[in-house]
Design a protein around this ligand. Structure first.
Ligand SMILES: Cc1ncc(COP(=O)(O)O)c(C=O)c1O
Length: 434
């Protein structure tokens, strides 16, 4: 039976009013409900309503909410040692070793941090110091965090609008958003013109001082946009040919999300830097920057650090995440269950005029809402209606995208086939009722 909640419930309404009075309005807002607790893929709000989570608390709870093994590791670490900044700990050094062992062979040093923005910011700074150059190339629609440098590399006004002037040396190229190709070409026949066009970008925007490019393997904030197969290896080759370091921002796409531990595994990429966060510690604020030793070793003691980066609690959380990923084969589960969800939603798309596109890999699927399939005009109001009805009917979803018309389907990777079926039944009913 599909639940039917009136949102916000009375307690949620009280907390939302308090939030509006006392909290910065700068944080993002979705459907009005206030979370109280969560277990696995199930969330309870403060009014006692129960939901299936299609957000993973924004792509963080990859091992599921409050996984008992994860919680135990965090509790034990908290009782032992919380922070010691200037000194290594066994948890930190063994984690660095473990991360080096599971990432591509060329990445032989790890730098532990607290947020994804710090990881992308650090990658750009190290690239600048190593090359002695100052320009960074990023991509239309890209998102790399909210600190100044990271924000400057955003490819949408929603992230950087009103915060100028931006970091000097920012240049932008087109991302292969094939559903809305900026060149109005078709992926089957374009010959990846957007790679070729990067030469024009350099000729027109650069002063010949590009240190690095930074790219998400799929764009998260822009709306779960996946480049066609072959694009990322071609970009890596292009970067090498132009003597530009390649920073792959896997803050969102890693730790099983796309059906492999890292998305780079799908096409055997070997970037010079790899930025990790979100699912890395599955809820404890933790990030990591992986880099080649020849590059990372440009730093000297005290050059770049963070008070809580690599603290024992975070390291214990990451070790536990990696144990769980291995023991429960969560990347494999994400591939299997994600494929089922994508197929169900794709089948519905053929009958629903306002659902223009369903795309994704593993447990990261984007639903793009449009007024009609021919015009592809973005439909943020219909998107909002879908979100609201989904939440009222017991499935929490969020939306992203430059036009606010893309729903992100990103459940915790522990979702079972039965839970996927139950939530897809609800989504199908809601989609057909729009
Ligand atoms: C691809 C990507 N990079 C960087 C970040 C920034 O991470 P944080 O919010 O932890 O600073 C995000 C966050 O959504 C992200 O999706």
């Amino acid at each position: 039976m599909m639940p039917s909640y009136e949102l916000p419930g009375p307690k949620s309404a009280e907390y939302i009013a308090m939030s509006e009075k006392y909290e910065s309005p700068g944080t993002t807002r979705q459907v009005p409900l206030v979370w109280e607790s969560a277990q696995g893929v199930h969330v309870k709000d403060v009014d006692g309503n129960e939901y299936i989570d299609w957000t993973s608390g924004v792509l963080v709870a990859n091992v599921g909410h409050c996984h008992p093994y994860h919680v135990k590791a965090i509790q034990e670490a908290a009782a032992k040692l919380l922070n010691c900044y200037d000194f290594p700990t066994p948890g930190r050094v063994t984690l660095a070793k473990r991360l080096v062992e599971i990432t591509p062979e060329n990445l032989d040093k790890a730098f532990l941090l607290s947020t994804g923005s710090e990881a992308t910011e650090a990658a750009m700074r190290i690239a600048k110091r190593y090359t002695g150059k100052h320009e960074i190339l990023s991509f239309f629609g890209g998102f790399h965090g909210r600190t100044w440098g990271a924000m400057s590399m955003a490819g949408s006004p929603g992230t950087k609008g009103g915060w100028g002037p931006l970091m000097p040396g920012t240049i932008y190229g087109p991302f292969p958003y094939c559903y809305r190709c900026p060149f109005k070409k078709e992926p089957e026949t374009c010959g990846m013109f957007c790679i070729e066009y990067l030469d024009t970008v350099l000729k027109t925007q650069s002063i010949g001082d590009v240190a690095a490019l930074i790219i998400e393997p799929y764009q998260g904030g822009a709306g779960f946009i996946f480049p066609p197969r072959g694009y990322l290896p071609a970009l890596q080759r292009w970067a090498k040919e132009h003597d530009i370091l390649f920073i792959l921002d896997e803050v969102q796409s890693s730790f099983g999300r796309t059906g492999k531990l890292f998305m780079l595994e799908h096409e055997n990429l070997s970037p010079n830097f790899l930025c990790l966060g979100k699912g890395l510690a599955s809820g404890v604020p933790t990030a990591a920057l992986m880099a080649e030793a020849r590059i990372m070793d440009i730093l000297s003691s005290g050059d770049l650090s963070s008070t809580t980066g690599g603290n024992p609690l975070s390291c214990a959380a990451v070790h536990a995440v990696l144990d769980i990923m291995e023991k429960e084969d969560l990347p494999g589960n994400a591939a299997r269950v994600g494929a089922y969800i994508k197929e169900r939603l794709t089948n519905v798309m053929h009958d629903v005029e306002v659902l223009g596109d369903v795309r994704g890999l593993g447990m990261v699927i984007g639903l793009e809402f449009v007024n009609d399939k021919a015009s592809k005009e973005p439909a943020p109001d219909i998107t909002w209606e879908f979100l609201s009805r989904m939440c009222s009917n017991g499935v929490i979803v969020g939306r992203v995208g430059m036009y606010g018309n893309i729903v992100r389907v990103a459940p915790p990777l522990v979702m079972t086939m039965e839970e996927a079926e139950e939530s897809c039944d609800i989504a199908e009913k809601v989609l057909r009722s729009l």
